[in-house]
Design a protein around this ligand. Sequence first.
Ligand SMILES: [Zn+2]
Length: 270
Amino acid sequence: MALFFLHGIVDEWSSSFVNRNYGSRAALEKHLRARSTPYGRWEDGSQVDHLSVDDSTRAGAEACLLARALGHEVVFFINPLQIETGEQYFFSYLDAFIDACTVFHIQYDGIAYGLEDYSARRRFRRAVKTSVKGLASDEAAARVKEIGTLLGAAETQPAAHALPPTLDNLRQLAAAGVRIENHGWSHIDIAALSRSGFAEHVVKGRAWIRKRLDRDSRLYAVPFGVSAVPEEWAELAGDAYFLAREDFAPTQLTERCWNRHDLTPRLQDS
Ligand SMILES: [Zn+2]
């Protein structure tokens, strides 16, 4: 048994920040067709490998539909905030701003960053992400939009594939057999939350799925995939919760915690 995840697919993949967390449709199709056994249901446990897709984006919805069309089970971990409000992730803005940036240096939080090439831009992206990922989503987006101005890219919009799916889209996915589960109400770093804040983050997401999709959510994927849920909070997360760490094996780690590996790097070659 091994667990894999991705964030979604785009039709025409090329190297850019707006595509960096996505794979190509052709590569995912090839990967899914090449498997000797399909990705299985969560209930099938250790007999099968598991596939999930994180975040409320159209690219994620497309990956789920492709998996179902090719006979695979898939779990879609969504943030209801994006579906309910149409608000986009701060990182979707940040990636679009970095791709469109018209300056070569930036001063951020008292540190000077070069922006001359991909790896320099990545360093800057990581610094911004680290500083805003624990903020409420509207604050994080507002901070990143200020950065867009400094980058000379304020008018740039996130990529179309990063837009949230609509509620109707989600209902179509559910009807196609995609299992919709909880990525928390918003995409906040849980390390920034108190116990009650974490409880609200999980419960509000779960309640939305019940209200809008008439499903019981029992699975939860941690936003950013790095921060473990403290043991004494684990039962708040439901039957199982999921990380996304390359430094652990993609399997069960503790009673309720499973780890997943990112398929994306192997979907960006074509
Ligand atoms: Zn996520």
